[in-house]
Design a protein around this ligand. Structure first.
Ligand code: FAD
Ligand code: SF4
Length: 462
């Protein structure tokens, strides 16, 4: 797939990957062996009928391909861009053995992009099409949070005639798709806004700046006539390193840094009024997608040097391979086998350096990865005026503290029935990161689909 050149793309926030042309998509689709027992489908968390949609692409029947994908994946333009395909469908494709699996994610993205401009009801099957505009206002369902899990619930139920309202704490819907993943990986206006617009066309309402647990309770929703409530509130509370100096000026959580850049459009300052901190020597802590996004955002905001500090090696990083490759191509430096000990600030409290400890890899730990151990007498300092901490998140207590009937597990995530996604509160369902802990878009969408099916069955609108 064509990409913007690294030297160009570090100067802008436009999408890095440019997408297949129809010729490239057809050529790629024709490589598929149409396996009788396709490993790719088994590797997909929502079991998209991959060989079938690829066969349609190979024959130029893109609308048919789109319908096949949509039969199990409600957000293909998003998943085609951000799913970790290399460990899912593509990682299980038989052609991995030959070194070049089918580029399933890129084909999915190609198909979805062809149809993004269409009316949401255009492409539904005949039975769905009939139901689409006929919303039954008695079948009221509330979704709390507006990330991929809730958007999936809303889409599934709206096409079956339910009246869905999505309550979102922020001033824009989309969850991490809007506030976390940067524009250069997932365009907001061109992709995420269109998915939300499609839901609005299906009469899904969005109530913004509505904080469940503070501005309203779950019981109040039932009192207002909602028949079911879905909790898709994510796991957005940042974890910190808990080292001295972490409250220096210039130390950010990745959440705050990315939210300013994405949701607040700080990258387009002063056209948008959100200020941000553009460091010169930036250090980012962590090795996941969030760390890559923060590092690449810092480069685009004008940093001279951006280093990712990680206790293990590049090959141990949990981020998608493609994102790591792109970060390195763009000039992000990998400060591996290093752990932060202390942030050092000047007399005004502004961050100026970090003290690091060199590490080596010892025996594998319970996760199977070799565990990092400090090397004696090997600390050193690295100059840094902006530190971004991307070492994970946990559940936000705002809602859970105020809803004691919701049982949580020892990590603070909501307990659900695995078959129905129902919580310990009757007719209250949950899915996505608030159940699994920080995971992926497709797993959140898959959980939303499972919960929506159960809700549809209970409301008699399957
Ligand atoms: P979220 O997307 O977390 O959305 C939850 C929403 O609920 C938020 O909008 C929040 O404001 C709202 N909310 C919270 N509490 C309340 C309340 N009390 N009342 C009302 N609203 C509330 N996954 C991938 O598959 N590929 C990637 O490349 C990838 N990159 C990522 C990059 C970043 C920077 C981050 C942070 C995550 C990334 N992920 C990626 C993970 C993925 O985005 C999440 O797993 C997914 O978005 C979880 O979806 P969700 O539906 O659980 O909720
Ligand atoms: Fe095609 Fe690979 Fe799936 Fe086989 S495993 S059907 S080659 S995508």
């Amino acid at each position: 797939m064509p990409f913007q050149a690294p030297s160009e793309r570090v100067k802008n926030f436009k999408e890095v990957a440019l997408g297949y042309t129809s010729t490239l998509a057809t050529e790629e689709a024709r490589r598929c062996l149409q396996c009788k027992k396709p490993g790719c489908v088994a590797g997909c968390p929502v079991e998209v009928p991959i060989p079938q949609f690829i066969a349609h692409v190979a024959e130029g029947r893109i609308e048919e391909a789109y319908k096949v994908i949509k039969s199990t994946n409600s957000l293909p333009a998003i998943c085609g861009r951000v799913c970790p395909q290399e460990i899912q469908c593509e990682g299980s494709c038989i052609l991995v053995k030959k070194g070049q699996p089918i580029a399933i994610g890129r084909l999915e993205r190609f198909v979805a992009d062809e149809f993004l401009h269409r009316d949401a009801c255009d492409l539904l099957g005949d039975s769905d099409r009939q139901a689409c505009p006929l919303i039954n206002t008695d079948k009221k369902v509330a979704c709390i949070g507006s990330g991929p899990s809730s958007l999936t619930v809303a889409g599934y139920l709206a096409t079956r005639g339910c009246k869905v309202t999505v309550f979102e704490a922020l001033h824009e819907p989309g969850g991490v798709l809007i506030y976390g993943i940067p524009e250069f990986r997932l365009p907001k206006t061109a992709i995420v806004h269109k998915e939300i617009h499609a839901l609005k066309q299906m009469q899904v309402d969005f109530e913004l700046n509505a904080v469940a647990g503070k501005t309203f309770s779950i019981q109040e929703l039932f009192d207002q006539g909602y028949k079911a409530v879905f909790l898709g509130v994510g796991a957005g509370l940042p974890r910190f390193l808990n080292i001295p100096g972490e409250n220096s000026i210039g130390v950010f959580s990745a959440n705050e840094y990315l939210t300013r850049a994405n949701l607040g459009r700080a990258y387009d300052f002063p056209n948008y009024a959100t200020p941000t901190y553009c460091g010169r020597n930036v250090t980012v802590y962590g090795g996941g997608n969030v760390a890559m996004d923060a590092a690449r955002t810092a480069l685009r905001l004008g940093a001279e040097r951006v280093s990712i500090v990680y206790r293990r090696l590049v090959e141990d990083m949990p981020a998608r391979h493609e994102e790591i490759e792109h970060a390195i191509e763009e000039g992000v430096q990998m400060e591996c086998l290093a752990a932060p000990l202390k942030f050092i600030s000047d007399e005004e409290g502004k961050l100026c350096a970090v003290k690091l400890q060199r590490m080596q890899l010892g025996d594998p730990d319970e996760s199977g990865r070799r565990s990092p151990k400090p090397i004696h007498d090997s600390t050193y300092e690295l100059e840094t005026d902006l530190a971004i901490v991307a070492v994970g998140t946990r559940s936000n207590p705002l809602l859970l503290e105020n809803e004691p009937q919701l049982e949580t597990n020892k990590w603070g995530y909501v307990v659900v029935n695995d078959d129905t996604c129902e919580t310990t509160m009757p007719n209250v369902f949950a899915g996505g990161d608030i159940v699994t802990g920080a995971a992926t878009v497709i797993l959140a969408a898959g959980a939303g689909r499972k919960a929506a099916k159960e809700i549809a069955q209970r409301l008699g609108c399957e």
